[in-house]
Ligand binder design. Structure first.
Ligand code: HEC
Ligand code: HEC
Length: 219
């Protein structure tokens, strides 16, 4: 018990140090852009059911199913509109209509890559985002990064002070087999000797937001 309260004091002390926010993670940053620029037509989960979709002649693509065969290069061209006329042959983009806007001068290269990372997440992840990952990201930096590290790699400052080995949240092989419900249970109840229980500190919505952020960390 003593050990635990010392730990809690330590976490309190380090909270300030860890507030500096993480650099942009591609899928996380991509989701932010997607919500601003793309969900109107494609819907927040990319299924082609955004608010504008019903009014459009040409239905916005269901990005959860159409993207698997597209390379990053082609996706980049689709998003920027660059080379709409020049992509020929087997690639269908030369048939994509003008209903899909060209974002040529809107995004820089890093932003296009971030969007693509999020599109890949939408089309490959078995797990839905349940809450707002931006809220989750803030909470993560505040409460979790001390152990799990700024980018979830399991290398938080605590690991240098105490002999603990937190899960690596950036490892898709480790994280994908765990369902959203299981993650919620672990965060609520804690795990093993050093993963604290958060049920008295965070509410359901906050925990769901954290789960969403953790999903984007491993993508
Ligand atoms: C004004 C509505 C609208 C907005 C906003 C929009 N799209 Fe589209 N998008 C479409 C439509 C419509 C299609 C299908 C075009 C067609 O089939 O001719 C499409 C197709 C696509 C495709 C091709 C899917 C495939 O593989 O066939 C991608 C990728 C895509 N959009 C990504 C995006 C991204 C990323 C954004 C935000 C930066 C975005 N879209 C914003 C309407 C939109
Ligand atoms: C005091 C250090 C510490 C803090 C703070 C902490 N964790 Fe953990 N966490 C761990 C350790 C250690 C494990 C591995 C537990 C085990 O497997 O025995 C773990 C495991 C997990 C797991 C399980 C993953 C798996 O593979 O089993 C999740 C999910 C998780 N933590 C989420 C969080 C979230 C979200 C926060 C912040 C709200 C947080 N943790 C804060 C130490 C911590």
């Amino acid at each position: 018990m003593k050990k635990l309260s010392a730990l809690v004091v330590l976490i309190g002390l380090m909270g300030g140090v860890c507030e500096a926010l993480a650099g942009p993670l591609p899928a996380y940053e991509g989701r932010r852009l997607f919500v601003s620029y793309c969900q109107l037509c494609h819907g927040v989960a990319g299924k082609g059911d955004g608010a504008l979709a019903k009014r459009m002649h040409i239905h916005p693509a269901d990005l959860t199913t159409t993207l698997r065969s597209r390379s990053d290069t082609i996706l980049k061209k689709i998003i920027t509109g660059e080379g709409r006329q020049t992509i020929t042959g087997r690639d269908r983009h030369n048939l994509l209509s003008e209903a899909m806007p060209e974002w040529n001068n809107v995004f820089n290269d890093a932003q296009v890559e971030a969007l693509i990372a999020y599109l890949r997440f939408l089309s490959t992840s078995r797990h839905q985002l349940m809450g707002d990952p931006e809220i989750g990201g803030d909470l993560y930096q505040k409460y979790c990064a001390v152990c799990h590290g700024e980018f979830g790699e399991g290398d938080g400052v605590m690991t240098k002070l105490v002999n603990i080995i937190p899960a690596d949240h950036s490892n898709a092989n480790e994280m994908n087999p765990i369902s959203n419900d299981q993650l919620i249970d672990i965060i609520q109840a804690g795990k093993g000797q050093y993963m604290p229980a958060w049920k008295d500190i965070l509410d359901q919505g906050e925990i769901e937001a954290l789960v969403s952020y953790i999903r984007l960390l491993s993508n």
